[in-house]
Design a protein around this ligand. Structure first.
Ligand code: AMP
Length: 284
């Protein structure tokens, strides 16, 4: 396992691997790694000859300067965790290495970016597309791994791959949860012990919502989730939307002919957490 900070070092490794017909898997992260990240990396190691992991807290995807400032960073810990995964190359560039000039590109993802995270975090997905496209251009992977925890991000990345004609297989990976059900997130480390105890109510409420599908109307279930979460001390729900898995547009009723997810964003104190679950009438 080698750690490098420059694009040219990554390119050198990639050129060599490609000349040897090695298949390259890629896992982009912002560090403060946990078992959710590790599950993506394990999968990449299993499915490819070489795995590259990037660790880069990308400033262009933060719409809140305080969130960027407070985002947990712990490279030493990350490297220790990565040592046992069998990944081959870690790319942890500086901001200037990734953005020698400001990235002025403006992506347009249409309706899929106008809901949920896209609506509540202006510019967020543009920044995600900027950094992921740059990383794809450097790493030139055959496959790239993304967590379903960031459900809308996955749709944005799939769309970007099509728009830009990348020949990269985007592999969705299931949400990894703590034992009590809380979706693992780097931001969980920022919760006070009291907030951490309460944060389990997010996944608990989503699992309860799964049981209520079809017994409450779509709108009543939305209201039930939002009211249940907002009653908890220090919680403020940004949104809970019940959306079509592909279009990400809110569904009108349970007769919807395609799979749907319930996606939530909740501020627990100042820490904003997201989670989602499948919501289907027959429990599929
Ligand atoms: P991040 O470091 O938060 O940008 O996440 C890097 C990648 O790990 C993204 O594809 C995330 O969706 C994924 N990820 C983060 N948390 C989890 C989790 N609990 N389960 C599965 N994947 C996750």
């Amino acid at each position: 396992m080698k750690t490098v900070q420059t694009k040219s070092e990554v390119s050198a490794a990639v050129v060599k691997w490609k000349s040897e017909q090695q298949r390259i898997g890629f896992v982009p992260t912002m560090g403060a790694l946990h078992q959710g990240h590790i599950s993506l990396i394990n999968r990449s190691v299993a499915e490819n000859d070489k795995t590259v992991v990037s660790i880069f807290v990308n400033p262009t995807q933060f719409n809140d300067p305080n969130d960027l400032k407070n985002y947990p960073r712990n490279l030493e810990n990350d490297l220790a965790l990565l040592a046992s995964t069998g990944c081959d190359l870690i790319f942890s560039p500086s901001v200037i290495e990734m953005y020698p000039q400001p990235d002025t590109r403006q992506f347009n993802f249409g309706l899929i970016e106008q809901v949920m995270e896209g609506a509540h975090r202006p510019g967020h997905f543009n920044g995600v597309a900027q950094v992921v496209s740059k990383l794809f251009d450097i790493v030139l992977p055959h496959k790239a791994y993304f967590g379903e925890k960031d459900f809308q991000q996955l749709a944005i990345i799939k769309n970007m791959v099509q728009q830009l004609n990348y020949n990269i297989d985007i592999v969705p990976c299931a949400i990894v949860r703590e034992v009590d059900g809380l979706a693992m997130s780097s931001r969980n480390a920022l919760l006070t012990p009291e907030q951490r105890t309460l944060a389990v109510q997010i996944s608990k409420t989503l699992f309860e919502a799964q049981k209520k599908v079809g017994t409450l109307s779509v709108n009543d279930l939305k209201l039930w989730v939002i009211n249940t979460l907002n009653k908890i001390d220090g919680f403020e729900t940004d949104y809970f939307d019940i959306v079509d898995d592909l279009s990400l547009q809110p569904i009108a009723n349970w007769n919807h002919p395609a799979p749907v997810h319930g996606c939530v964003a909740v501020k627990v104190g100042r820490i904003r957490l997201i989670d989602n679950v499948p919501l289907n009438v027959n429990g599929l």
